[in-house]
Each structure stands twice: as C-alpha cells, then as structure tokens.
Write a protein that binds this ligand. Structure first.
Ligand code: SAH
Length: 235
C-alpha cells in the first residue's frame, strides 16, 4: 500500500504575488532536478497559475509536491509529474494530444501552452463533478479551446484521432487496445501500469511504424485507478 499525506484543508491566505514567487521557485527546482528541460514546457509552467486549478481550501499548498483532492473522485497530481510525463513524451508544438483523466484541467492547460494553436488538446474525464470543475477552471483561465469531453477515456476519442501523443493520469491494468489504434505513426502513449494503491510502472509505448513498438519503463509512480471499460471494475 502506498499513499500520500494530504495537508489539512484551510482558508487561503496567500496573495497572487506569493503564488508567482512559488511558481518561479518551483520551475527553478524542477530544472535543477532535471525534470524540466524543454523551453516551451518551462514557459508553460511559468505561465499557467496552478493555484487556480485547486479548490480554495487546498490552494495554499499548490506548489508542494503532494497530490491534492478535487471535487469528485479525483486528485491533482504533484507539480513534478507534469514535466515527468511531458518530457518523456517529447510533447511539442503542433502535436495532437489526448489526455485521459482531466482532473483539475491543469495538465490540459499546460499541454495547450506547449502544443500551441497549431496543435490540439483533447481531454477526457469520466467523473461528471470533476469534469464540471475542470470546465469552469479552463474557461475562466482562457483555455476554452481545450476540447474537454465527459466520458470513459479508456475508449479514447475516435472523432479526432489520430493523436501524436496520449497520456493517462490514472493507473490502468494495461494500455486499453482502442487507444493504441488511435495513435499516429511514430506516436507515443504514456500511462501508469499497475494496481491502484501500489507502486506502478510509468510505461511508454512508442509506435515505430509498420506494426513495430518499443516499450520503455520511465520510472515508478503512484496514481489513482483508471475506471471505465478497460480500467478497474471495482474502482
Ligand atoms: N491530470 C489531472 C490529474 C487527474 S487524477 C490533473 O491535472 O489534475 C485522475 C483522473 O482520472 C480523475 O479525475 C478520474 O476521475 C479520472 N479518470 C479515471 N478513470 C477515467 C476514465 N476511464 N476516463 C476518463 N477519466 C478517468
């Protein structure tokens, strides 16, 4: 069993200037630790106000390396997990990106800043309450171009396939077969493989073309379970 200690809910007292300082310090730290390398992702992390994607009673913890609770059955992942995912995927300008597990919408907003207006961000959230929260956040912060769809992301989203990059921010038993079918040639899919409440492998599949695939274990992570058709039935 693995888990995180969630700090206690409390009224937010930090100012926008406090958050800006914390955001800059976090970006420096993630660069120094080697998590954050690409200039576009660095600019995105400096720009997107993570605290705005967090319920007010947890907002002051926005830049701590802990996941925080969201409305519904969801958590926002720790700050370092986004560069961990997006650098491994080599997410770049112009990419068509699919995210399964929107949560707060923060990861989708970062991805939007990286892929830019020539790219596409589709994000799928199964929990209606979490989805409403993400929609409100994304709209308020000017990310209305992110395509947010409520439904079972383990089936992917065929209408806008193929995708150059796909990531799951929930742990799945294996990569759902429909998702591999929605990946472009030379595309990459990244997801935590393993059981909920245990350490999982963060696995990346690279489509080498002509039916060939490369499978890489990037590191170990601990995510909440994927639900839906190809997720965990009990979750
Ligand atoms: N990336 C998020 C963190 C998400 S936590 C963020 O930036 O905040 C994982 C999310 O996956 C939860 O919101 C959960 O409801 C969602 N989820 C679980 N199974 C899903 C499925 N089959 N389809 C879509 N979303 C799913």
């Amino acid at each position: 069993m693995v888990g995180w200690i969630i700090p206690p809910p409390k009224k937010s007292v930090k100012t926008p200037e406090d958050f800006l300082q914390e955001r800059r310090a976090k970006v420096k730290e993630l660069e120094a630790l080697g998590f954050l390398r690409s200039p576009r992702l660095k600019a995105a992390m400096l720009k997107v106000p993570r605290e705005e994607f967090i319920p007010s009673l947890y907002r002051d913890y926005a830049y701590l390396e802990v996941p925080l609770p969201l409305p519904g059955e969801a958590t926002i992942s720790c700050p370092h997990s986004y560069p961990l995912f997006y650098e491994a995927l080599e997410l770049a300008e112009g990419h068509r990106f699919l995210e399964v597990g929107t949560g707060s919408g923060y990861g989708a907003a970062l991805a939007w800043e990286v892929v830019g207006p020539q790219g596409l961000v589709v994000t799928l959230e199964i929990d209606p309450e979490t989805c409403d929260f993400a929609r409100e956040n994304l709209t308020r912060l000017g990310y209305a171009h992110v395509m947010l769809v409520q439904g079972d992301g383990s089936l992917g989203y065929p209408p806008l396939a193929p995708y150059d990059r796909i990531s799951f921010t929930a742990a799945a038993p294996e990569v759902p077969p429909p998702l591999l079918g929605q990946l472009a040639e030379h595309g990459r899919v990244l997801w935590p493989v393993g059981r909920p409440n245990q350490v999982q492998d963060l696995v990346m599949m690279v489509n080498l073309g002509e039916g060939r695939w490369r499978r890489v274990v990037v590191t170990q992570v601990a995510y909440i379970p994927l639900r839906g058709t190809y997720g965990y039935a009990s979750a």
